[in-house]
Design a protein around this ligand. Structure first.
Ligand code: PEP
Ligand code: MN
Length: 337
């Protein structure tokens, strides 16, 4: 249920409503837009108490939310969310690029990649320290040692850093180093993990599971937001279909659909989406044209020697020319790139 305040309702009136919601044992979520202030009410049995709120001064109306996306949906918050990581913004008019190797392999590899993606036009460095590998015998990541390298790369380049967390027990540790916590496709419905990152103040990049519907995707975001962390960036990374020429099928339609249903930003990962470096650039350009808020791209100083996902990783020069090619598209669709 949401309580919509009248235009010009005073701060006192808003506080009175918030106080009443809490007195009755519900949770309140305040959203102060430029025009309207609305307050989400979360908890069982609230609709019976609808009139209790409707009569409070400054309340215009009390509306039941019929869609399941209470926090991620647009009924509660109509303006697009912009996630701010200091001066780097994701959402709104921005087109934000996250790039870097699939896995952190060594200090040299990461620092070199960081410098190269920065030169190429990325704002955020990606690199996995905890890797979700299909085989337990494959390289699993450098763990905390890798996180330290990531922090060093941030120090050297000024780039923000995003890295995956796979286990509830590691959330505190990864959040000490990361600017954005990545939830991988395989963990999109790991509800304890979603709840745990929902307890932090660190923005979360939530990747869509390989077989998730739009509803399941947004409900996973809802888990994070219900914990109080509203800084969620969605990421389409390709879904499993009957197509076997590419690693996954990039579902570009998710962008307009999410735009219609949610205020959260959404980016595209054409690297995992296609699995082949030569398909990455066309899909990246399409992502910008279709209205995505950014990209996550794997870039490796030497893809042939990569310990993970070499075939889908761009060489740094290719990454740089891709960003150049995207500039006229960004201009045409009014995005800052
Ligand atoms: C990754 O980004 O490193 C990754 C493992 O991606 P996904 O979870 O989308 O497979
Ligand atoms: Mn990868």
């Amino acid at each position: 249920m949401i309580v919509v305040m009248e235009n010009g309702a005073s701060e006192d009136m808003v506080h009175r409503v918030l106080g009443r919601i809490e007195e009755l044992g519900f949770e309140a979520h305040l959203s102060e837009g430029e025009v309207k202030t609305i307050i989400g009410v979360i908890g069982e049995g609230k609709m019976e108490l609808k009139d209790t709120f409707a009569i409070l001064p400054g309340v215009e109306e009390v509306v039941e939310i019929t869609k399941p996306y209470k926090l991620s949906g647009k009924q509660f918050k109509t303006e697009q969310s912009v996630i701010e990581i200091d001066d780097v913004k994701v959402g709104g008019d921005n087109f934000t690029i996250m790039a870097g190797p699939c896995a952190i392999e060594s200090k040299e590899q990461l620092l070199q990649a960081a410098q190269q993606v920065k030169d190429g036009g990325a704002q955020i460095l990606r690199g996995g320290a905890f890797k979700p590998r299909t085989s337990p015998y494959s390289f699993q990541g450098m763990e905390e040692e890798g996180l330290k390298m990531l922090a060093e790369a941030r120090e050297e380049t000024g780039l923000k850093v995003v890295t995956e967390v796979m286990d509830t027990r590691d959330v505190g540790l990864v959040a000490e180093y990361a600017d954005i916590l990545q939830i991988g496709a395989r963990n999109m419905q790991n509800y304890p993990l979603l709840r745990e990152v929902g307890q932090t103040n660190t923005p979360v990049l939530l990747k869509r599971a390989m077989s998730a519907t739009y509803k399941e995707f947004l409900m996973a975001a809802e888990y994070i937001m219900a914990g109080g962390n509203h800084d969620v960036i969605l990421c389409e990374r390709g879904i499993r279909t009957f197509i076997d020429q590419t690693r996954n099928t990039v579902d570009l339609a998710v962008v307009p659909v999410v735009r219609e249903l949610s205020h959260l930003p959404i980016i595209i990962d054409p690297s995992h989406g296609t699995g082949k470096w030569n398909y990455v650039a066309p899909l990246a350009r399409a992502a910008l044209a279709v209205g995505a808020d950014g990209l996550m791209i794997e870039v490796h100083p030497n893809p042939t020697n990569a310990l993970c996902d070499g075939p889908q990783s761009l060489r740094p020069d290719k990454f740089k020319s891709l960003v150049e090619q995207m500039k006229p598209i960004a201009e045409a669709v009014n995005r800052n790139l």
